[in-house]
Design a protein around this ligand. Sequence first.
Ligand code: ATP
Ligand code: MG
Length: 432
Amino acid sequence: MNIQSVRGFKDWLPEDFIKYQYLINLARSILLTYNYKEIKIPILEKTELFVRSIGEFTDIVQKETYTFQDRNKEFVTLRPEATAGICRMIIEKGLFVNPKPLKFFTTGPMFRHERPQKGRLREFYQIDVELFGELNPYLEAETIYLAFEILKAPFNLKNYSEIYTLEINSLGCLKCRAEYKKELVKFLKENKDKLCHTCQERLEKNPLRVLDCKIKTCNDVIAKTPIITEYLCKECKIHFEKLKEIFNSIGIKYVENPRLVRGLDYYIRTIFEIKAKGLGAQDTVAAGGRYDYLLKELGGDYLPAIGFAIGVERWAISIFGDKKEKFLQELFPDIFLIVLEDELLIKGFQIAQFLRKYGLKCEINYEKKSLKAQLRNADKLLAKFVLILGEKEWKEKKALLKDMKKGVQEEIKFENLETLSYKIYNKIKNEL
Ligand code: ATP
Ligand code: MG
């Protein structure tokens, strides 16, 4: 029986992985300049954490989490997102006493049992960014700006506004949202028979989620629902206006989408999504918003917060395409060592160690094969250079260095292994 991977969980082969690493390293370097600190939180958490934070009646908790009882019969869940875990960490470690703002980021896999398709997996990677500090629209502007800075960093994308679109909305505070909810429920009840079965359920348990339904008949109803921005209280309105004013003055383009909602209950006031072209139905690359009450709800102090997550797979799709080759180059060995005599293997072994210390990507084959077979192998591995050590040359303190791309070779004279290695390094470092 051939065992296959679990549906929606994918292998990352080197040629894929190198792209993800490139993206994640870029994101990391930008986040550090914003004074975010990198952390790691567990992949497995108590189920209760997600029920209490994301919300019992959300799709994520009801349908998408990998939840099971462990051997002690405790309910645990593979994290579907990272915000809840970071809040748990802050409370558990008492980080409130630290100077504010607290700024953390983490990268790693998230798990959701959804229908796999382009840009939707069951195990997917996120770059998760969270800031705890104050209730200030400047922080939102800065956070959203940061999300763009990261997304457009690969290849110094200049035309990023043609690829990415920012949608924003305000969900109001607890007070004005409650007002809005009442009106929304009233309207939806009047149109209940036109809603899909799931939305009829949502209407009772989580009415805002109806706005996110993708079914055509529901969409017709959604297009006529009252909109939250007309119900915002004075403070929320001023807050949202200020955010837009900041965007306007720094030239960030945005689209107001008064029916934008998020799949997690903890968001409040500003929420946003960044969508990308060319992704089909799963076009949201980054999403986030404010969640001022989450820490308190989980048992901590009140501390306003804002954050977002970038879906790395979707980001990669929006960026790469035909730019794959640049990265493949990095997977090729810089130099392949061909040792023609058994007695010289130990010398080859030592030269390889020197070259690696100098930072070259070095490969060596210890099996006895003909020069022709070894050269063929080096060629298949796409090695950029080959070093040939033969008995005769060795006695004359010479080695042959072949540039595989140019097809030329030269003799390198040496006194000892270290000088040989250093000469090789100097010869090829400029060619790489
Ligand atoms: P969607 O609307 O696609 O269901 P979501 O609202 O559930 O997304 P969030 O929980 O906000 O998404 O996650 C943030 C980002 O993580 C998304 O914008 C997306 O890029 C990525 N993401 C979410 N779910 C998946 C998935 N199943 N596979 C791949 N990426 C995902
Ligand atoms: Mg989702």
